[in-house]
Structure formats: structure tokens, C-alpha cells
Design a protein around this ligand. Sequence first.
Ligand code: 5GP
Ligand code: ZN
Length: 112
Amino acid sequence: MDCIFCKIVAGEIPSKKIYEDELVYVFEDIAPTAPIHYLIIPKEHISSAAEITPENSTVISHIFEVIAKLAKELNIQDGFRIVNNCGESAGQTVFHLHFHLLAGRKLEWPAG
Ligand code: 5GP
Ligand code: ZN
């Protein structure tokens, strides 16, 4: 499958790894929009949040546990944002499910 994030998980495309376990891989976004801008992805290919099912959703709770652990380690509990763009109209450009973790600057709301 021609998926850049599957290739990153497989080590075929280099990435700046932050964390890895049997289910998830975390790496720096190549075009950061905040001082901390990491991508958290399931190792298993799921194309978007619209494709989460009872059969593949265990990794989703695990992803949020990993984010909470990283937030403590990074000392960003005072403010961080988790973003998922689902579908082209929402700005999804890579069709392998990923959550953006953003921190290290004032994050405006509505999003900015
Ligand atoms: P989306 O727009 O789908 O929500 O987010 C895709 C993200 O993946 C973007 O923020 C983009 O900068 C990042 N990205 C795209 N290609 C690569 C890559 O090859 N390596 C890394 N580290 N990030 C990538
Ligand atoms: Zn993939």
C-alpha cells in the first residue's frame, strides 16, 4: 500500500521518533505549526477517524493514554491541543489516521 505513514512505521521513510510501542508510533510533524507538533498514529493502517470500528478501536483509547503520558513528561499539562482532521474538506492530507499534538504556544480558539 502506498501510504507514507505506513512507510514511516516500517522505517522506509525517516522520521524523528518521539515514542513507540506495539500499537502506536509518535513522531515530529515535518512542518510544525507549534513548538511541539507531534503526530500520534496507530501502527495498523486505519485511513481516517471515519473508519474506526468496534474491531479496530482498542488503539484509540491507547493513543489517548500515550498522549496523557507524553503531556506529563513534556510538562505541557497547562495547555495542549489534540487535532484530528477527518476527510478532505476538513483538511486531511494523509489518509492514515493521525492525531496532531500541539503545544508550546498560545493556542487560539476557534482554532488558529
Ligand atoms: P493532515 O493535514 O492530514 O491532518 O496532517 C498531515 C500532517 O502530516 C501534516 O501536518 C504534514 O506536515 C505531516 N506530514 C506529511 N508528510 C510527512 C512526512 O513525510 N513526515 C512527517 N514527519 N510529517 C509529514
Ligand atoms: Zn498507512
